[in-house]
Design a protein around this ligand. Structure first.
Ligand code: COA
Length: 186
């Protein structure tokens, strides 16, 4: 994975010093520890089961290949959050990226999610993407509110499109953000 001179960065969140930096190949165990520390209600809606070692290995592989881009948030050598820009190899969606953000429950509501999202907005712009999408279950009201605060707008509601860990289906809300206006808003 290529070193990025812009990192590490430090931010103060809830009186803690948090380091933001790209995911490294050796972060696999720390990611698993973070994922496995999450409460059941967070795990319910994960699009990838990041408590699974093989899924984390695949994630790191995509980051290594340059297709995905992950910024992790770290405190006291523990991962406390990440934002990931997912891209696919499909040519007709090469202008799109998907944003996933996850913050440790005890640090939520202090701006870390926004800081992580901005790092991805910058990367998306650097990659000349046009649009970022975020997908969540329509029942995830607070996540929807957070993405609205970040500037995302609801675009489509797909019925019974996701199934949670308990086997219950939910409607999927797709939200989007126009990357091209990002630097003008800084
Ligand atoms: C979504 C998530 C990443 C947000 O992280 P966070 O660190 O709490 O976010 P922030 O503190 O930066 O909040 C961002 C904005 O949303 C608002 N917000 C935060 N929590 C909120 C809530 N529960 N309801 C409504 N608005 C909320 C904040 O006030 C802030 O707006 P502002 O900039 O105008 O003050 C975090 O809640 C999380 O990890 N949730 C579980 C995973 C998830 O659902 N991810 C989304 C799908 S990818």
């Amino acid at each position: 994975m290529k070193a990025d001179k812009a990192y590490p960065k430090t931010v103060k969140i809830a009186e803690k010093t948090i380091t933001l930096r790209p995911l490294l190949e050796e972060d696999g165990k720390a990611i698993l520890d973070f994922a496995r520390s999450l409460p059941e209600e967070d795990l319910l809606f994960l699009s990838f089961d990041i408590t699974d070692e093989n899924v984390v290995k695949q994630w790191i592989k995509y980051v290594k290949s340059g297709l995905w881009h992950t910024i992790i948030a770290e405190n006291d050598n523990k991962i406390v959050g990440h934002a990931t820009l997912l891209r696919t190899e499909q040519i007709w969606t090469r202008h799109l990226g998907e944003l996933i953000i996850l913050v440790a429950p005890e640090l939520r509501g202090h701006g870390l999610g926004s800081k992580l999202a901005f790092e991805i907005f910058k990367k998306a712009e650097e990659l000349k993407l046009m649009k970022l999408v975020a997908r969540m279950a329509a029942t995830q009201k607070s996540a929807i509110a957070v993405f609205e605060r970040l500037g995302f707008r609801a675009e489509a509601l797909l019925s019974d499109y996701v199934i949670d860990r308990k086997g219950q289906t939910h409607d999927l809300l797709a939200m989007s953000y126009d990357v091209r206006g990002f630097t003008q808003n800084l």
